[in-house]
Ligand binder design. Structure first.
Ligand code: SF4
Length: 78
């Protein structure tokens, strides 16, 4: 399961995650960044890089943030 970016990224877009992702699967989605679910290799490198703790493995997305799982996939047509 891929990593998911959730609400704290909105309006922040620090870009630290994009700098550390080894497969460049984090894309600019306007108000936030989103991770391509099929390209993410689940390495976890982006998690500690995010200054607002907005990135989680899909299975650990916090309660109330589940809509971002759908939003991530929908953005990439999945
Ligand atoms: Fe990129 Fe790894 Fe984060 Fe997936 S878990 S978005 S591959 S840095």
């Amino acid at each position: 399961m891929p990593h998911i970016i959730v609400s704290p990224c909105i309006g922040v877009k620090d870009q630290s995650c994009t700098e550390v992702c080894p497969v460049e699967c984090i894309y600019d989605a306007g108000e936030m960044f989103l991770i391509h679910p099929d390209e993410c290799i689940d390495c976890g490198a982006c998690v500690p890089a995010c200054p607002v703790s907005a990135i989680f493995p899909e299975e650990d997305v916090p309660a109330g943030e589940e809509e971002f799982i759908v939003r991530n996939k929908a953005f990439f047509g999945l």
